[in-house]
Design a protein around this ligand. Structure first.
Ligand SMILES: Nc1ncnc2c1ncn2[C@@H]1O[C@H](COP(=O)(O)OP(=O)(O)OP(=O)(O)O)[C@@H](O)[C@H]1O
Ligand SMILES: [Mg+2]
Length: 299
């Protein structure tokens, strides 16, 4: 049977034809056009006192390249925000920094990634001590099915950081305090971590990460499952934590990037387009693609 167009469909067809000349490209079309516009990273990708240095990093999933020749430093005690449209490779790149991609069999990483002098991808490098130095907090809070106390004590125990129970108690208390959770949980340390609210669970995961005194904390959209109040608490925490730790945070919220980070890195289709002081990125971006993204033309 031949399909018959409804009047509305006819109208749309007509408008589509008459407006063809002035029809604006869709976000997806702009993205495709823009692939050609990404050249060398512009701005300030390097830091004076780098904690982590990444050079010419490529990442493939099977035949598909997800990260193209990315070079970036994260400075000591710096907060670097990573932003960009969905699928541009933010999480992939972040996960390279403590080798979380190792668990994905088809994922191949090349280039150089260093934590100070340590070659993160050296074949003899054990990932367990590496991840004690470079911790990660994920989008969805993922406390272990253990008590609040045992969630935080887990890392120090497996890394053999303490011998005495009193030392462990102290680490647990300090980590929960630094994660701004102590006052809320001090009377129920032996209750399950999974019984906390979402925002509390995320702070518990941050406490668990900082309990092993990492040097770098990676955060992949740590607030996207949280309400504005819990988000504000985590953001305050990030600012406090940056006094002691180096932080890389992936976020979809430009306001969040603007509030918490020193420099912002804009990724586009697996390439690092621009890195600049955060204020500059959001007020006067150097690259036209960054501008298109922050003004909402795609993403
Ligand atoms: N495990 C995987 N296997 C195969 N391809 C993957 C895998 N993980 C990510 N990819 C692909 O790599 C590219 C980058 O994905 P990635 O998750 O890093 O993007 P993202 O910027 O974090 O996106 P979002 O903002 O949606 O989280 C995408 O094309 C994605 O489909
Ligand atoms: Mg992601």
């Amino acid at each position: 049977m031949q399909a018959v167009n409804t009047p509305i469909q006819e109208n749309e067809k007509l408008n589509a034809n008459t407006n063809e000349a002035e029809r604006k490209p869709s976000g997806a079309e702009q993205m495709n056009d823009s692939a050609a516009k990404v050249g060398k990273t512009v701005g300030k990708p390097f830091a004076k006192h780098p904690k982590m240095t990444m050079r010419n990093v490529d990442v493939f999933y099977g035949d598909k390249q997800a990260i193209h020749d990315v070079s970036l430093d994260i400075g000591k005690n710096e907060v670097v925000a990573m932003i960009g449209p969905s699928g541009c490779g933010k999480s992939t790149f972040l996960r390279c920094l403590n080798r979380m991609n190792d668990t994905i069999e088809i994922c191949k990483v090349s280039g150089e990634i260093k934590l100070e002098e340590l070659d993160v991808y050296h074949p003899k490098q054990d990932v367990v001590p590496l991840r004690a130095r470079v911790g990660i907090v994920f989008q969805k809070p993922n406390p272990f099915p253990k008590s609040i106390y045992d969630n935080v004590a887990y890392g120090p125990r497996i890394h053999g950081l303490v011998e005495r129970k009193t030392d462990l108690d102290e680490i647990v208390e300090n980590s929960l305090r630094r994660a701004s959770l102590w006052e809320e949980v001090k009377d129920r340390l032996h209750a399950p971590g999974t019984g906390l609210s979402g925002g509390q669970q995320q702070r518990l995961c941050i406490a668990r990460t900082i309990a092993v005194s990492p040097e770098v904390i990676l955060m992949d959209e740590p607030c996207s499952a949280l309400d504005p109040i819990a988000t504000a608490k985590i953001e305050e925490l990030i600012t406090e934590l940056s006094e002691k730790f180096t932080i890389a945070i992936v976020t979809h919220s430009m306001q969040q990037a603007a509030r918490v980070s020193h420099r912002t890195a804009y990724f586009h289709m697996g390439k690092l387009v621009e890195v600049n002081d955060t204020k500059r990125v959001f007020t006067n971006p150097e690259h036209e693609l960054t501008e298109a993204y922050i003004t909402g033309r795609f993403g």
